[in-house]
Structures are given as C-alpha cells and as structure tokens.
Write a protein that binds this ligand. Structure first.
Ligand code: HEC
Ligand code: HEC
Length: 491
C-alpha cells in the first residue's frame, strides 16, 4: 500500500519536474457573443440560422461517454458474449478530472471523436452479426469490427440494456488505408451505402417517413415549398439516390440529397480559415471548432432559418435528444483534431514531380492554392452569386468564380453563395474531388472529357452530366498533366 502511494507521489513529482502539467483554458463554447459572427451569412441572408441561446444550450444535459464493446462478424462471436455484456456495469470513460498533461487531453479527445452520440436498442442477431462480405477489409483478423463503425458496437449506459450507437465523428472521418490501417481524421471511404442490398421497392408508409425526415434534413422553404419538395421524392427517386451512394459523400443535414457534400480531411484543420465547402463557418480560433461540433450534432436542425425550424425539440436527431457535449469534452475533441498528423508521404519529389511543380506555378494554381498550405484560405463566389459589399470588409473573398455547380452554395441551408478554396495538402491519400466528390481521382479532375454533357462521373453521380467548372489545368498535354498530378501527390 505504502509502496503504491510512494510511486504515485514520485510520478507526479516527475511530471511537474519535466514541466508537463497542462493548464487547459477551457472556453464557454456556446457563448452568445462568440456565436454572433461565427458563420458567414447565407446567400439568402434573411434565412441565416439563429441558434438557441447560451442559456437554453447550457440547460441541456451533458451526455456522458460510456465504454462501448466491439461487435463481431457472424460466426466469430465468442459464446455467451452478449450475456456477458448484459452483466457489465456502465463505465464512464471520459473524466476531465483525471487529465493531467496535454497528451492526456488529446487522448481524451480521441475518445470524444470516437464516441457515438445517438443511441438505439441493440437487437443481437442483427446489429454486428450480419456484416456483409464486402466489409471484410474493415474487420480485424480476429473478426472484431473496429469500434467506431457506427451501428457495429454495443454500448452499456444502463446495466442489462444493450444499445448500438451512431453518428460519431470517427464514423465519417476515418479512412481505411491500403495496408488496412485506420487513419482518423482523413476522408471516409467506408461503404455505408452497401450495408444492405439497395432497395428495389418502397412501401407508401416508408416513403412518407423518408419524405418527412428528408424535409428535416434538407428542407429549405425559400428554395422549394414543403409540398413541392415532398412530391419530388418519389419511390423511383429514392431508389435512384440510394443506388448512387458513394463512399465519403454524405447528404449531411443542411445540404441536399442531389447535391451532397464530400467529407473533407480534418488533418491540418487548425490552418483552415473557413470550414465546410461553402465556407459557412469562420474558424477564428480553436473555439470555433468546438462550436462546429455543437452545431453539427443537431443544433442546426433546431435553429430558425427565418420562420422555418426544421425540427422542434431540444436537439435534432443527430444526437440524443435533450443532450449536449460538455465544454471539457469539446475542448479535448478540438485539441485532438488539431493534433492529427498526415501519414508519411511515399511520393518522392523527383524530376517529374519537380516539372509538375513548375507547371503548377506557370498555370497560376498557386494564386489560389498558395503554398505552404496550398490554399489562400479565401472564398470564391459560386456562379451567379453577387458578393454583398459588407462581406468584402469582413471576409477574404476573391472576385473570380471557378464555375462549379452552384446548387450547394445557392440553394441549401449551408449555402453561403461561396465555395472555399480547398487545401491540396494530402490529396495523395484521398479521393472525392470537388465539393460534391464527383471526381474519383486527380486524373479525372484534370480530364477535359469531364466537361462533356453526356459524361458519366466516376465519383458521386445520379446520372450522366458534366463535372462543371474549375477548368484550370484541363488544357495541358498528357505528359504535363501527369507531371502536375505527380507533384500534387507529393503535398
Ligand atoms: C454523417 C457523417 C459525418 C459525421 C458523423 C461528422 N461529420 Fe464532419 N463532415 C461531414 C461532411 C459531409 C462534411 C462536409 C460538409 C460540407 O462541406 O458542407 C464535414 C465537415 C466537417 C468539418 C469541416 C472541415 C473543413 O475543412 O471544411 C469539420 C471540422 C468536421 N466535419 C468535424 C466533425 C466533428 C468534430 C464531428 C463529430 C462531432 C463530425 N465532423 C461528424 C460528415 C460528417
Ligand atoms: C481562382 C482560384 C483557383 C485557381 C486558379 C485554381 N483553383 Fe483549384 N480549386 C479552387 C476552388 C474554389 C476549388 C473547389 C471547387 C469546388 O469544390 O467546387 C478548387 C479545387 C481544386 C481541386 C480539388 C480539391 C478537392 O479537395 O476537391 C484540385 C485538385 C485543384 N483545385 C487543383 C488546382 C490546380 C492544379 C490548379 C492549377 C492548374 C488550380 N487548382 C487552380 C480554386 C482555384
């Protein structure tokens, strides 16, 4: 006993001696003053979201983070596993009072990143046991699915009650690398759309439910009335959209089922001034990353867009209703996100890549994709958007439009009228290029054939049609194009 105490005292003294104790300066994340100016106004300015007040927000209950347990592939589950889980006591795994060093906080942030925030009763025999064969890449050799694949882990929040969770950050922001390792923060490539066979028919009841939930997710009455919107979602349309699922592309709430947004990489996020492809969020400091997490786990669904409120209730269905993160959880999460590092780049800056680097300069790419971040952190207007004068004073705006499809920027709840200039760092380990991820590879992004009317995109698409705009680099000779791409892959 004495020995243990002695050891603890020694190790604490050691920590202090090496100056590792960390005094986190945790802000009040949902501060009314700070929330003002957090976002760029929407293109339809009077529809810019008004969120709940700090008083309302802090009245919500904090969601503790409980330990979760892996699901197994069919046939691999140890005998009595489910019964053993039912015997487990709930265990809270995020406890800010135990965190000492900055590294402790970062590791706790990883727990928040991987934590599910939406729960439903587990039905052993379905969740985790009917994993399609196509998912074998995602399963470790002992048949265990990694914890963060939503819907494939059990959570015990109350003894004897098994639940499955969904909607963790990790679920959408983790990439399976070619060697089978998982890279957290990178763009998702998990084939969620292949969880089941694509639907071939939809019952009228199901269709009505889909229409209702779609209105909450995507409704924008200033673009289309509820009646028109719901009529546009026919059974055929739903089947077409379900079949078009593409890894890394999500119709996140506030975007559109026809014009979803691709998942960006969060590695290097601290350097990025505007968040989301439409530059909706101004990242003025790390605190805004905390606010981003709050808004995107359901607060946006309960915001008022003029007189329209998509969902009434304390928080939307993207998180457990009536709950919120604690500021400590959010602070840890933001520290974790800012700590993410890219994997070692295997692509050498050889002669060909150096030639590509010169082409990059000659073609004027660096004016927008400025080194060393390979973005100038500016907004470009979508086709047809008239930039309001006041925004020129408050924001970094270029006058040139790259001419890509304007729908996401102009006709959605995330639509500011702009697209940001994305960073080109790390393009070697991601795909889904352009804000909708229509181009599957850099080769496709720089292929002039993509402008043709009857073009069929290799990335996300609902049918034939061009990948519009961003014509930079499309007129290069094939050799030069290859060199340019070789250079981009070194970033
Ligand atoms: C359902 C999938 C999904 C989940 C869950 C999710 N994200 Fe995202 N995330 C996206 C998509 C899609 C975008 C792109 C949105 C856009 O461009 O409008 C995005 C964008 C972002 C961005 C902006 C990055 C940039 O460079 O523009 C940040 C930051 C972010 N997510 C953090 C988080 C955090 C933190 C969580 C957990 C609290 C989370 N996300 C959960 C899909 C998801
Ligand atoms: C006027 C500014 C501008 C110039 C010049 C420019 N780009 Fe871009 N680039 C953008 C914008 C804005 C986007 C995002 C477009 C969208 O998503 O609709 C983009 C997207 C990209 C993408 C896709 C990245 C992703 O994450 O989806 C690549 C690759 C790219 N540019 C490379 C280049 C190269 C190479 C050049 C020079 C040949 C170039 N760009 C010139 C503004 C520019």
């Amino acid at each position: 006993m004495l020995r243990t105490v002695g050891f603890v005292i020694l190790s604490l003294a050691g920590t202090v001696a090496f100056g590792q104790t960390f005094h986190p300066d945790i802000p009040r994340a949902w501060d009314d003053k700070a929330v003002e100016g957090f976002e760029v106004p929407l293109a339809q300015r009077d529809r810019s979201p008004r969120y709940m007040t700090a008083e309302e927000y802090y009245a919500l209950k904090v969601r503790p983070i409980y330990r979760s347990y892996p699901a197994y592939v069919e046939g691999k589950e140890p005998a009595g596993y489910i019964e053993s889980l039912k015997q487990k006591e709930p265990e809270i795994i995020f406890d800010a009072s135990q965190l000492r060093t900055k590294e402790d906080w970062i590791q706790a942030g990883k727990i928040v990143f991987e934590a599910e925030n939406s729960f439903s009763p587990a039905r052993p025999g379905t969740a985790g046991t009917r994993i399609p064969a196509a998912f074998s890449t995602y399963v470790s050799t002992d048949g265990v699915l990694p914890r963060f694949v939503p819907g494939f882990s059990y959570i015990v929040r109350q003894k004897g009650v098994l639940e499955v969770g969904s909607n963790s950050c990790a679920g959408c922001h983790t990439r399976v690398m070619p060697d089978g390792s998982f890279l957290e923060g990178a763009q998702s490539n998990f084939p969620y759309g292949k969880l089941g066979a694509p639907p071939t028919s939809v019952s009228p009841d199901t269709l009505r439910r889909i229409q209702d939930s779609r209105w909450i997710l995507f409704g924008a009455p200033w673009v289309m009335t509820k009646e028109e919107f719901q009529k546009s979602i026919t059974a055929e349309e739903f089947i077409r959209e379900a079949a078009a699922f593409y890894p890394g592309i999500f119709g996140r709430q506030g975007t559109s089922a026809n014009h979803p947004a691709r998942v960006p990489s969060l590695i290097g996020i601290a350097d990025i001034k505007y968040l989301d492809s439409t530059g909706l969020v101004r990242q003025r400091s790390m605190d805004d990353l905390m606010r981003y997490a709050i808004v995107n786990t359901g607060l946006d669904i309960t915001a008022h867009y003029g007189d329209f409120q998509p969902a009434v209730g304390s928080t939307g269905f993207n998180a457990e209703v009536g709950t919120r993160f604690s500021d400590e959880q959010l602070y840890a999460l933001a520290l974790y996100l800012c700590s993410l590092k890219p994997p070692p780049n295997p692509n050498p800056l050889d002669d060909r890549a150096r030639r590509g680097q010169r082409i990059f300069q000659q073609q004027g790419c660096a004016g927008c994709h400025t080194p060393p971040l390979y973005t100038n952190n500016k907004l470009t207007p979508a086709s047809g958007f008239m930039v309001p004068d006041d925004l020129r004073k408050t924001d970094s705006i270029m006058d040139i439009s790259v001419g890509s499809d304007p729908t996401l920027a102009m006709q959605t709840r995330r639509g500011t009228g702009f697209y940001k200039v994305p960073s080109l760092r790390g393009v070697w380990y991601r795909g889904d290029f352009g804000h909708e991820g229509q181009a599957d590879s850099l080769e496709e992004w720089f292929d002039p054939a993509r402008l043709k009317e009857d073009y069929v995109a290799k990335g996300f698409h609902l049918g034939p049609g061009p990948i519009k705009g961003h014509e930079f680099g499309l007129k290069l000779a094939p050799d030069d194009r290859q060199a340019l791409i070789a250079f981009l892959r070194t970033l």
